[in-house]
Design a protein around this ligand. Structure first.
Ligand SMILES: NC(=O)N[C@@H](CC(=O)O)C(=O)O
Ligand SMILES: [Zn+2]
Ligand SMILES: [Zn+2]
Length: 428
């Protein structure tokens, strides 16, 4: 099967050009000004962006254990609609991914039912209990791309140090959810004026910042590769900038919601704005954007965290933390960052494809001859109104419902196969 994209704007992290692109079987075989291939399916890509498929290094697929929130099937369908071709899923399932049996279940189900590539992340501690290390070596041998207790912090610094030492020996990436729970306590939104006004308990910025500091120092002394999940504050960004300068092997991600929405969204008590870490302030957003621009923050990750209606349709203080993020990620970035001229499309590719692929150590994220044809075709000008009821994800928990966003995914290809297009939907 051959697919020929005609006159699309091909965007990589370091260059872009309007030209043709030919795919044969699983690979990109030619990129040139004018390609003819009689037997190919021809796609008119004029006015559209042809980008390397997005790579999401942080999502929750909820399978096994919480299939009412999401399954590998529905989660990967949502990912494909979002333009993602590879996603790394967190181990906070039930049972937790702390052994090879659960890992095998996810891997085989992803091969059978997955629409996009799924890379599982294993737990740092058994059962995410923060007490005993998981069988890290066994997890690595069986194919995890990283280790994380996401959803929770490893509160015991001694244990985290040991985890990082082993990770260093095994050459594994550790992804840290940074939250000192003794500081966040019962908090449900950002600490400050809004929390006081709304009568809700706050989650102070320093809960995140002290843990990033701790983990950066532990990474410095152990030499481990550390990745900070969902960075959300100005000071966090500064700490990462400084520690990178010191030579710490540290990378970081930020989510679309932390780049676009502030704590003001919580006014009205819409539980779909409840997320961990919480939505912060305008000042934090501006600092996070600066961090993306100067390379302090390496990538954008969705932290797609789908929940059921029963988890969210309760009073604010009792609702689950999390935002369903796959299906709005690109258009949020396009609307809030590209349209506002903070970044350009080369940056989008760097942040959503090239860098996350690099951090995960996978050969993806760059369009070139010979590369696997994981590609997303985007109409950057099309605007639409977000309708959560049209999500493929079972998680309808989006704070963007009813908002107008610009940028539509027209087509997603995984390994040279069209798995989604905006007219017909999911095709496999
Ligand atoms: N981000 C969230 O608010 N929730 C995540 C956990 C996490 O990413 O820490 C979840 O699993 O629901
Ligand atoms: Zn987290
Ligand atoms: Zn998460």
């Amino acid at each position: 099967m051959k697919i020929l994209f005609k006159a699309g704007r091909i965007v990589n992290c370091d260059q872009e050009k309007v030209c043709d692109l030919l795919i044969e079987d699983k690979k990109i075989v030619a990129i040139a000004d004018e390609i003819d291939a009689d037997d190919a399916l021809v796609i008119d890509a004029r006015g559209l962006l042809v980008m390397p498929g997005f790579v999401d290094m942080h999502c929750h697929l909820r399978d096994p254990g919480y299939e009412y929130k999401e399954t590998i099937r529905t989660g990967t369908m949502a990912a494909a609609r979002g333009g993602f071709t590879t996603i790394a899923c967190m181990p906070n399932t039930n049972p937790v991914v702390d052994n090879k049996v659960v890992l095998e279940y996810i891997k085989s189900k992803a091969v059978r039912e997955g629409v996009v590539n799924v890379l599982p992340i294993g737990a740092i501690t058994k059962g995410l209990n923060g007490e005993e290390l998981s069988e890290m070596g066994e997890l690595k041998e069986n194919g995890v791309v990283a280790l994380s207790d996401d959803g929770k912090s490893v509160m015991n610094a001694g244990l985290m140090k040991r985890a990082l030492s082993y990770a260093r020996m095994l050459d594994m990436l550790v992804i840290s959810h940074c939250e000192d729970v003794n500081i966040t306590g019962e908090g449900v939104m950002n600490s400050g004026y809004m929390a006081t006004l709304l009568g809700l308990k706050g989650m102070p910025a320093e809960a995140e910042e002290v843990m990033i500091s701790r983990d950066a120092i532990l990474a410095l002394h152990t030499g481990a590769r550390l990745h900070i999940a969902h960075v959300s504050t100005k000071i966090s960004t500064d700490i990462i900038r400084w520690t990178k300068k010191m030579g710490v092997n540290i990378t970081a991600e930020v989510t679309p919601h932390h780049l676009s929405l502030t704590e003001e969204e919580v006014d009205g008590y819409n539980t779909d704005t409840k997320v961990n870490p919480p939505l912060r302030t305008r000042e934090d957003i501006m600092a996070l954007i600066d961090g993306l621009k100067d390379g302090t923050i390496d990538c954008i990750a969705t932290d797609h965290a789908p929940h059921g209606i029963q988890d969210k349709n309760v009073e604010y203080a009792r609702a689950a933390f999390g935002i369903s993020g796959f299906e709005t990620a690109f258009s949020v970035i396009n609307t809030y960052l590209v349209e506002k001229k903070h970044i350009d499309y080369k940056d989008v590719v760097r942040l959503m494809s090239t860098n996350p692929a690099k951090i995960l150590g996978i050969d993806r994220g760059y369009i070139k001859e010979g590369a696997v044809a994981d590609i997303v075709l985007v109409d950057p000008e099309a605007a639409y109104v977000v309708d959560k009821n049209k999500f493929y994800s079972k998680g309808k928990n989006t704070p963007y419902d009813g908002k107008v966003l610009k940028g539509v995914i027209k087509m997603t290809l995984v390994g040279g196969k069209v798995v989604y297009n905006s007219e017909e939907g999911i095709l496999c």
